[in-house]
Unconditional design. Structure first.
Lengths: 115, 115
């Protein structure tokens, strides 16, 4: 059902371990072994997560070296960011309303102070 | 496993129909009936999707009216946006590198033109 790219990317991110792996890869490339250690996970479990991230376009794995280090692919993250930007006015609006309300409260307080 | 809020929100968004429902709700509140029509879906199917969106904190449903209209909750979207911002330097960097490369190419072409 959810075969479109954005859905696959979002599904890949919908897991705290995969987001933690991504945060580690944001610092630099890492092999499966290097990723397994800090997460205290089996190589098999890490590989499964990497496959999901790869399918979501969030990482690529080098074919050259035998260790096949993983690299983060920021474009997939940017695509979600761009998609979210279409909703930005909604939360900007609600912040504006809150801001207006707070200013109104504050000016009310100042008025009281003047009395 | 994926019980944290960000994961639940991302999972709710990992479906094109649910993102389409959200796009509709960005325009204004709508009842299940109003949502079912354009999507040509059963009320039951729409309700299932709405439950996922509700669980992800992306919508709320009014308890007052019997029609229980749905409203978009932009905060959940902003939370993902904020989380993605931590990765922003990664795609900014890659854009900078591409920009530098294109400028380099262009200056090379200009040099050729001068010959």
């Amino acid at each position: 059902m959810t075969t479109d790219r954005l859905s696959t990317t979002l599904a890949a991110l919908a897991d705290p371990t995969r987001r933690a792996i991504l945060a580690r890869l944001a610092i630099g490339e890492a092999t499966v072994n290097e990723l397994a250690k800090p997460f205290d996970m089996s190589l098999q479990a890490v590989s499964k997560h990497l496959k999901m991230l790869e399918r979501g376009g969030l990482i690529t794995r080098t074919r050259q070296a035998q260790s096949r280090p993983c690299r983060i692919e920021p474009k997939a993250l940017r695509d979600i960011h761009d998609w979210l930007n279409e909703y930005r006015r909604l939360w900007d609006d609600s912040l504006d309303r809150l801001d207006g309300y707070l200013k109104q409260l504050q000016s009310g307080e100042n008025d009281d102070g003047k009395k």
